[in-house]
Design a protein around this ligand. Structure first.
Ligand SMILES: [Zn+2]
Length: 299
């Protein structure tokens, strides 16, 4: 059941407080149009009337998608607990001076590019913003550290009353936990296109490995699945210097799905974290199995 409430929310840029509607649980059977809003990051997103900035709240959010038999949970308390365990710094909040300084530098660069005629059409503007958008909140290494800690904490996550009651109320669903709001959006993108997030995580992981080997300074640091069509899988990728799009032939998905027996999870009847760290484990198992097969073939 969709759950929402009004809360006093401070704008992270100017700290102006306004009472705003905050979604905690979204049941897509009740509010189907919310899926589009979620995918556009317009849920728990606000426009500050005082300073004009737009912002998305880092609030806990559970999305129940009965047609997809899927529940995705982004739990802020859990994520904060994991951050404190790893001793990692929480990503810069927009109210931090450093964050604002970086935003201002980006705005100055954009104006220069417009004046120099490098940016002309709305598409140029969008692409240029995408390229200059802030890097992912966590470095590669920190992202992995956080993920490993979260994997170790999944028993705790599943022991909470919220997790238990969701599993009881929606038996036989696919249950996913995520550690970033962007991951929640990505999961919805994947499942609504009837794809398997495990195959996509493996594709993302192998793409990163091969990019680290071949692209030197321009290696891919982060990828998010965006969409699939008959010919392509499209990802949003971050490399040093900015964000961009990256695509792979659609067959990659079918070829990767052949390994589905390796896509093991701890307990499919509970919430699991399917991310790069999970994919790294499957990849290791796949390599081992192929080494054994090669050896048997040669014997
Ligand atoms: Zn504001």
């Amino acid at each position: 059941m969709t759950k929402l409430e009004y809360r006093l929310i401070a704008c992270p840029y100017c700290l102006d407080e306004v009472e705003r509607l905050v979604f905690q649980v979204i049941d897509l059977n009740e509010d189907e149009d919310l899926l589009e809003r979620l995918l556009q990051k317009k849920v728990n997103a606000y426009n500050c009337l005082n300073c004009g900035h737009e912002f998305v709240l880092a609030q806990s959010l559970t999305v129940i998608a009965p047609k997809l038999h899927l529940i995705v949970r982004y739990d802020c308390d859990f994520v904060q607990k994991m951050y404190s365990r790893t001793l990692l710094q929480l990503p810069l909040s927009p109210a931090a001076a450093d964050f604002r300084k970086r935003q201002e530098e980006l705005a100055v660069r954009e104006n220069e590019a417009i004046e120099n005629g490098e940016i002309q059409t709305p598409t140029d503007v969008a692409l240029s913003r995408l390229k200059q958008a802030l890097p992912p909140a966590l470095t590669d290494e920190d992202y992995r550290t956080l993920s490993e800690t979260a994997h170790a904490g999944m028993a705790e996550f599943n022991a909470t009353a919220t997790s238990k009651s969701l599993i009881q109320e929606y038996p036989g669903y696919v249950y996913r936990a995520v550690t970033e709001y962007n991951d929640l959006i990505e999961k919805l993108q994947i499942f609504r296109q009837n794809l398997d997030d495990r195959a996509l995580e493996l594709i993302k992981y192998v793409s990163k490995l091969s990019s680290a080997k071949n692209d030197g300074e321009q290696a891919i640091k982060r990828l998010y699945f965006v969409q699939a069509d008959a010919k392509h899988l499209v990802f949003l990728v971050y490399r040093v210097g900015g964000w961009d799009y990256y695509d792979l032939p659609a067959e990659t998905y079918d070829n990767t799905s052949l390994y589905k027996d390796f896509f093991t999870v701890d307990n499919e009847s509970e919430f699991v974290l399917i991310d790069e760290v999970a994919a790294a484990k499957w990849w290791k198992a796949i390599l081992q199995a192929s080494e054994i097969a090669d050896k048997e073939h040669n014997d």
